[in-house]
Design a protein around this ligand. Structure first.
Ligand code: F6R
Length: 606
């Protein structure tokens, strides 16, 4: 996590650095800071909390300089306060860093022995002193090459120098970093989103590379310090996607955008004329693939779990799913005939990237399901299936979840049809239903009032449970995750059938329990489980789909009905009330919905 910006220009840079930091806040918001070079001095300002705090605490307009770096932090080493905030500086060098330096303790000892003094508790400060030390005897390129070799761990760096006042050094290992090109100025940024208001011309650094950014030229180097050439990419720009519009929060906007998300996804992958799914340039023959392994973190992992149910239902493939942070350190039995699918909104999640890297090193078939198509995970996978959601700014993932499960469903359907598991007629029916999905999501979004009214019950309770079976189980997990990350209340997702194997002990009088019981093949079983929790005093919010049939159960606290569709697609609709429940609970508590505590959008550290 953490966001980095650097600008080298022929005019003052502080205002643009602040604007870019505001865009980067989704990566971290514990503290913020800026350093500029002016009149032979490094001027540094930093504050605990948001960029707004920094603006309130300092007169940033008077922060002069045509060259500068900025940072928003998500704390790893050292508490979030202004001392640990970046930039970190010596007399000559100032550094912003995203990542973790794993050998910082050893390096610090060595540097202290050489007479360096440290001000903060961060791992980053060792970088400052290492460069300062190496520059005593080396030219810039050599000093940077040596410093990077001395560092273990992951980093994206922006560095300025009092004695070399016309340039910024950027370096990357593990954590993402991009260079942008503007008129009479050039930029460094953690991602293209931070740079988009200034340029759409971007170069991404690859692992081990560093760059020297001047206002009128940029040079790239490999890890041996040799100059290399790199391509400039031109990004499409749609600034309106980065705006809240009339919505109070990005999350609210992104929830409401979901009919469009799904419509766009369907348009990208469906041939309307032939009623066929198009997955162009798929690099393998279907019969070369005997199993799929889906890997992700958090919400993206829930998408993988959702896909497991669909792949098992629609194809004959063996399906495995894994949490990336577990997969990357396990003794995996890699299988040549397996397709490894990496699911990630940002495409930069460190654990997911490490899992991909491991698969690539073992020559596996790799496929990325990502939102950010310029991301590391997309660039380093054999094949990419974009989810076409547009930028998701709210830290809690909403539309990207629907985008991910849509693409995974489409892939399962296509493989099922190609391998003959789904007959032609059934395939056509499923495609027709899929085309209706956006309008059903739109109608389901109208449940606002019902959800608003009951949301406070979840805040007032000690905890809550989210139960589902089959296709609804991954959605129960996702609903619980949304509530805990936004409302800071305990919420647990569970397979409804597992309750009597332990968790029923938690149920007490008045405990809110969400039961997802659409009228699919699991319906009757789930209703029985629901009755078991009602009998023990739970306040049940039943979420089902519309039907003429009555629900035979007494004492249900509240019922919400989503629209009706085939069993495969019901998970899309069941997700909507759960997103809204989390949103309204957090709204009632007055929490920062787009930036929940302790979280960040792009988790680029382990
Ligand atoms: C939850 C959430 C996180 C992310 C997870 C993976 O709302 O947003 O759990 O899903 O950090 O992030 P990506 O998808 O960017 O790899």
């Amino acid at each position: 996590m953490c966001g980095i910006i650097g600008i080298s220009s022929n005019k003052s840079v502080s205002a643009n650095i602040i604007n870019s930091l505001k865009k980067l806040e989704y990566r971290g918001y514990d503290s913020a800071g800026v350093a500029t070079l002016f009149d032979g001095e490094i001027n540094e300002v930093k504050s605990e909390g948001r960029v707004d705090n920094l603006e309130q605490n300092f007169d940033l307009k008077s922060l002069k300089g045509n060259i500068g770096i900025g940072h928003v932090r998500w704390a790893t080493h050292g508490i979030p306060n202004s001392i640990n905030a970046h930039p970190h500086s010596s007399d000559n060098v100032s550094v912003v860093h995203n990542g973790i330096i794993e050998n910082s303790t050893i390096l610090k000892k060595h540097l202290i022995n050489k007479g360096h003094t440290f001000k903060s508790q961060t791992d980053t400060e060792v970088i400052v002193h290492l460069i300062t030390e190496n520059l005593k005897t080396m030219e810039l390129e050599e000093a940077i090459t040596k410093t990077l070799k001395q560092l273990h761990g992951s980093f994206a760096l922006g560095i300025i120098f009092k004695d070399i006042p016309d340039l910024i050094v950027g370096a990357r290992r593990g954590s993402p970093l991009a260079v942008g090109y503007g008129p009479n100025e050039n930029y460094l940024g953690s991602d293209s989103y931070a740079l988009k208001s200034m340029t759409n011309k971007i170069t991404y650094l690859d692992d081990g590379e560093f760059c020297i950014v001047k206002k009128d030229q940029v040079h790239f180097y490999n890890q041996e310090g040799k100059k290399i050439n790199k391509k400039i990419l031109e990004l499409s720009s749609n600034e309106s996607n980065y705006d809240k519009g009339d919505f109070k929060h990005f999350m609210a906007k992104e929830i409401e955008e979901q009919p469009l998300t799904v419509k766009t996804g369907i348009k990208e992958y469906l041939d309307n004329v032939n009623n066929e799914i198009n997955i162009f340039n798929f690099p393998w023959k279907i019969n070369e693939i005997k199993s799929v392994t889906l890997i992700g973190c958090g919400t993206a992992y829930h998408s993988c779990l959702m896909a497991k149910y669909w792949f098992e239902e629609l194809t004959s493939l063996d399906v495995n799913i894994d949490i990336a942070s577990e997969f990357r350190y396990r003794k995996n039995r890699f299988k040549k005939d397996s397709l490894y699918i990496f699911v990630s909104q940002s495409g930069e999640t460190a654990d997911t990237y490490a899992a991909l890297d491991l698969c690539n090193k073992n020559n596996m078939k790799t496929c990325a399901v990502v939102n950010v198509i310029e991301s590391s995970i997309a660039r380093d996978s054999n094949f990419v299936l974009p989810i076409h959601c547009g930028p998701e700014i709210g830290v809690a993932s909403t539309k990207a979840f629907l985008g991910q499960i849509l693409v995974l469903y489409i892939l399962a359907l296509k493989i099922g049809s190609l391998s003959g598991q789904i007959d032609k007629k059934n395939y056509q029916v499923k495609i027709k239903d899929l085309k209706n999905l956006p309008s059903l999501i739109e109608k389901t979004l109208l449940i606002d009032n019902d959800i608003q009214a009951i949301s406070s019950t979840f805040n007032e309770a000690k905890g809550s449970m989210f139960l589902g079976r089959g296709f609804s189980f991954p959605i129960a997990l996702e609903g619980a995750l949304k509530l805990k990350e936004l409302s800071y209340v305990h919420a647990e997702g569970y397979p409804a059938g597992e309750m009597k194997h332990g968790p029923l002990a938690l149920i007490e009088e008045g405990m809110p329990v969400v039961v997802l019981a659409p009228r699919d093949s699991y319906y009757k079983k789930t209703i029985s489980n629901m009755q078991e929790v009602i009998a023990r005093g739970a306040k049940v919010l039943l979420i089902t789909n519309k039907s003429k049939d009555e629900i035979f159960s007494e004492n249900i606290w509240e019922t919400i009905e989503v629209e009706n569709t085939n069993d495969d697609l019901l998970p899309f609709l069941l997700t909507i009330p759960l997103q809204k429940l989390a949103y309204y609970s957090a709204l009632k508590m007055g929490y920062d919905i787009d930036k929940p505590r302790n979280l960040a959008k792009s988790v680029t550290v382990e």
